[in-house]
Design a protein around this ligand. Sequence first.
Ligand code: ZN
Length: 295
Amino acid sequence: MFQNETITCDVRALVMRAFENDTTALALNTATLGHNLPGRGAGWDSKRVIDACAERGFGAITFWTQELSENAYEIGNYTKSAGLEISGLCRTPYLTGTQAGSDSEVRKTIDIAAELDADVLTIVTGGTNPGSKGIVESQKVLADRLSKFSEYAKENGVSLALEPLNPMFGGNRTVLMTTQDAVHVCNMVDAENLGLAIDVYHVWWDATLEQTLKSTEVPILGYHICDWLEDTSDMLLDRGMMGDGVADLREIRRIVEEAGYVGYCEVEIFSSEHWWQEDPAHVLDVIVQRYKSLC
Ligand code: ZN
């Protein structure tokens, strides 16, 4: 038994998954089509997005709560009947900072994830708590709240993925600036359904990523892809399409796969002035082409 496990690990380390002719691990985060902000994007409804992804061989879709007011169950079923999985739901309200959500608001998003039948509910933590400085105190508050919510999520069959953000998003959006920060909080909570979401946009610069992932048992529950543009014009809304920037996409995938990740590669591109202005059908075609050749 032990010997078999060792062999499996070795094979995984040597051979990355081949994407050239296989899009079954490709997932769309619907934010890429501009849907997650009112008035942005081309206005395709969820079913049209699902059909367009199915036609192109995507394996899964990640939705946002604001697209699923009262119809999460219906959209989940429609996704599955189209032959796709629901790779995730974005996201809980913030758990820390001035804009932190209430317990009932957080539980509501867990309920939506369960209705949708999403594998993973993503968490962007929120910023530094009022009355404190730095991130250490807020990380403790975060861990306390996660202990409670991970229990509730487990009862509902939902996993929670903590997403560290680029350090520039500290202050009002996150208290997890590195993957190591996220691992630290996961270890404080120690819940089996709590893990990491690794987003190329947030980790591409981090030379310690590989060491961090090698030295932890905390699972990777999501892997988000896009690119970091050399001359980005907006931290939040000017993400690049894979291949248009300076992130080493193959190298980052090697690192997450060697850490044991074999889940979806979820395309998540916030791009208000470029990709959100394009025809969504064209955006999806470009994604498939870039995914096969560059990711
Ligand atoms: Zn992400």
